[in-house]
Design a protein. Structure first.
Length: 253
C-alpha cells in the first residue's frame, strides 16, 4: 500500500476511476468545501473515511504538506513500454513519449509528468535504478497528473530506446551543447523526447542510442535549464509543430 496526499492528487485519484482508496484520512475538525467534497466522493466509491489529529496525518504522509487529506491506496502500477505505445495508437495520434534519464528529484519527476499530461504526451518512461519513482512527493508535485499520465519503468533505458525505434518512434535527446536547435527537428512524427538528469544530463550511451540530439535555444547567461523546464519547453515545441501541421495556414507565433 502507498499514501497519496494533497487535495489535487487525491481529487484526481477519485476522478480517474482507477484504484479505490482503502482509507481516506482527514484532519479532525477541518471541513473546507474541498475536503468535504473529497470525503463525499470517497464514500461514494466505497472508501472508509476517517478523522485524526494533524500529527497522525503528518506521520501517514511523511510530511506536513498534506493539506489535511491523506489517502491510503494500493501500490502504483507501472505500465509496460508497449502499453504506452498502444495508448497512443488508440488515441489516433503519433506517439509522443518523454524518456527520463536518471531524474533523482521526485519534485522534478512530478513536474515533468504534469507537463507531459498537459501537453499531450502519451506517457513517461523512467529507469528502475538510480532514479526517482512515483512516490507520494512526485504525485503531489504532479498535481494529480500521475493518475492520468501512465509511467513505464524499464530495466535498461538504451534497450528501451531501441525498442521504441523498432516501433517507428524517433528518439530525440536534449543537450545544451548540441549544434541543432530543437525547432529544426521534425517533431510531427512519432517522437520520444529524452531528458537528462539534473546534474549529468543524458548519459553518453543513451545519447548515442538516440536518432537526434538537439538543444533548446537560450539567450540568458544561465547555461542550462533544469529537467522539468527542459521537458516542458520541448513538449510545447512538439505541440506547436503538430498544431501547425494540422493547420498550415495558421499565422506564425
Amino acid at each position: 500500500m502507498r499514501t497519496l496526499y494533497g487535495v489535487n492528487p487525491v481529487r484526481e485519484l477519485l476522478r480517474a476511476g482507477g484504484d479505490v482508496p482503502a482509507e481516506l484520512w482527514l484532519t479532525s475538525g477541518e471541513r473546507s468545501r474541498a475536503l468535504s467534497e473529497l470525503a463525499e466522493a470517497a464514500r461514494a466509491r466505497g472508501a472508509k473515511v476517517r478523522e485524526a489529529p494533524r500529527d497522525k496525518l503528518d506521520r501517514l504522509a511523511g510530511t506536513d504538506r498534506h493539506q489535511g487529506v491523506v489517502a491510503v491506496v494500493s501500490d502504483y502500477r507501472y505500465r509496460e513500454l508497449d502499453e504506452l505505445l498502444e495508448a497512443a495508437r488508440a488515441a489516433g495520434a503519433p506517439p509522443l513519449l518523454v524518456v527520463l534519464d536518471g531524474i533523482e528529484d521526485p519534485q522534478n519527476l512530478g513536474a515533468v509528468i504534469r507537463s507531459a499530461h498537459a501537453l499531450g504526451a502519451h506517457g513517461v518512461v523512467i529507469p528502475k535504478d538510480r532514479a526517482a519513482g512515483v512516490t507520494p512527493a512526485a504525485a503531489k508535485a504532479s498535481a494529480g497528473a500521475v493518475e492520468h499520465c501512465p509511467v513505464a519503468r524499464v530495466t535498461n533505458l538504451a534497450q528501451a530506446l531501441e525498442r521504441l525505434k523498432e516501433a517507428g518512434v524517433w528518439t530525440v535527446a536534449t543537450d545544451a551543447a548540441a549544434e541543432e536547435s530543437i525547432a529544426e527537428v521534425d517533431l510531427t512524427v512519432p517522437t520520444a523526447l529524452v531528458i537528462g538528469s539534473e546534474g549529468g544530463g543524458v548519459r553518453p550511451l543513451v545519447r548515442r542510442t538516440c536518432d537526434r540530439v538537439a538543444r533548446i535555444p537560450m539567450q540568458g547567461k544561465v547555461g542550462s535549464l533544469n529537467a522539468s523546464a527542459s521537458a516542458a519547453i520541448a513538449l510545447y515545441e512538439v505541440l506547436r509543430q503538430r498544431g501547425r501541421a494540422k493547420n498550415p495556414a495558421a499565422p506564425r507565433a
